[in-house]
Structures are given as C-alpha cells and as structure tokens.
Write a protein that binds this ligand. Sequence first.
Ligand code: SF4
Length: 301
Amino acid sequence: MRQRLRRWFAAHRRDLPWRRVPRQPYHVLVAEIMLQQTQVWRVEPAFERFIERFPTIAALAAAPRAEVLRAWQGLGYNRRAVFLHECATVVCQQYNGVIPPDYAQLRSLPGVGDYTARAILAFAYEQDVAVVDVNVHRVLSRFFELQATEADLLPLPTVHRLAAELLPRGGARWWNEALMDLGSLVCVRRSPRCAACPLARCCASANSMQPAPRRQRQEPTYRGLPRRLWRGKLVELLRQRPVWTLQEIACALFGTPTSADLEWLEALALGLHRDGLVSFRQDGRVGLPSPEEEAAKTSAL
Ligand code: SF4
C-alpha cells in the first residue's frame, strides 16, 4: 500500500502554497485554520493574500483585530479569524513567536484542536503523527472494510488507530499528505474513481459501494437563510464601513425591516459580539472590534 501510494503521490501531489519548502509552521497554522471549514480552491488565493498582508506571526499578532477580519474576507466562518489572531498573540507572548512543537502546548492555544495540533506536528515539524481529516477517514474506512454506501465510514477511533499503525516512521509528512490528496482527487465522497486508484487491487470497497442518499443540513434559519450566512453578511457590511446603527444594518439586509427583524438582528449582533467579531460603540452603533475592546481581551488571554 505504501509503495503504491508513494508512486502515485510523486506524480499527482497537489502543489499547495502552504506546502512549499522550507515549510514554515506559521504557514501551516494559517492554512489549517483556513481549511477547517473552507474548500481548498477558496483557501489558496485567500492564503496568499493573508500571508502577503501578515508575513510573520508577529505581524499578525500586532495587527488590529478589525484588519485581520478584513483580510479574512471570502473565507466565511469569521470566528476562525478571531481564534487565529488570539493564537498568534499567545504564541508571541508566551513562546517568543515560535509555534511550539509539542502536542499539549499546541492544544492550549486558542482555536487549535486535536486535528490542527496533529497537522502542525506532522507537516511543520515532521513528527511521527497520524493526521486524520475527512479525506483520510474516508480512504482508510473504504480500504480496510467494505462500506455498503459511499456515505458509510468506520468509527473515527478505529481510523485513528489504523492511521497510527500505518504511519511510516520518518515519513509523516508525505504519508499524511498522500492519503489526503488521494481522498481529495480519487477516493472522493461521491462516485470514487476506483479505476484510477493506485490502491484498487487491495481495497475492500473497490467498485462495490452504492451511492448514498443526499442528506439535508439541519441548521437554524431566518427568512429562509441559514443563520451562519446572516452572520457572514453582517460582518461583510462592517468590513465595508466602520460603524453602523442596527437600523441601517437591518435596512441593508432586509430592505424594509419589521420590528421582528430588528429584534432578531440585535440577538445576532450580540452573538457576534460574544464571539469577538463585532463591538458595540458607546452610542449603540456597531462596528468591527475596536482597539480598546481588543486591548482588554488581549490582556485577559
Ligand atoms: S479503490 Fe476506490 S474505494 Fe478504494 S481507496 Fe481507491 S478510490 Fe477509494
């Protein structure tokens, strides 16, 4: 399996900007946070712009929060920008600007969960750590056990164990990347390309799975749109102009808002405020986080 995958990877490896050498832990951190809920093709240009604007972790930590949120434009799930900014601040304050090559220390950083910590250790520091994203989860599930439909997967702890056992010592970087690329390019969620797969001869699910029925996403909506999209629209308005009244925002979003719209919008803005994405000025207007509010939060980190 390793030899076949390695040969395939040598020919089909994705040339992504955060994979360039010399590999920089800061680039890996930024990319992994961006990739958490955004597709690779959208992350690539945003990553290049972001790194050009904040070339080092110190530059990111020193930037105002509002500027980081502006640079996050187009990626969605803006809360990740807040976590990334807080993470850069902590790394500069507590680790002299060096992202720690240690799992427990990484997990203590804002916005860094198990997956991101493992990805930094494997991709930035080449430690022997298995990284299981949705692609790896899918490839290993299908390879080791016949899956009835394209949506079926092995339990995550089982895949973590398999991934750790398979990991070639000293080869964490290429191995994890190769599995991810195979899942992204060949062993895709719907209609996997088994005929072009280097693992087909020994894969338990090759050419055997049934298509899966489409699942409806369950999420809170308002006026027919998911709440997360309204959050994104509100932050997008604040990127365009420093401060707004809630009435102005309501008019921009709804045209002629009702009192129910205003009430709902206020609750939405309060939620964004709690997440560090917007601030309420003293006159009640709303904007991206102000430097004073940010300073208070930074000193609390
Ligand atoms: S043979 Fe098909 S199911 Fe198996 S790993 Fe390759 S693409 Fe996925």
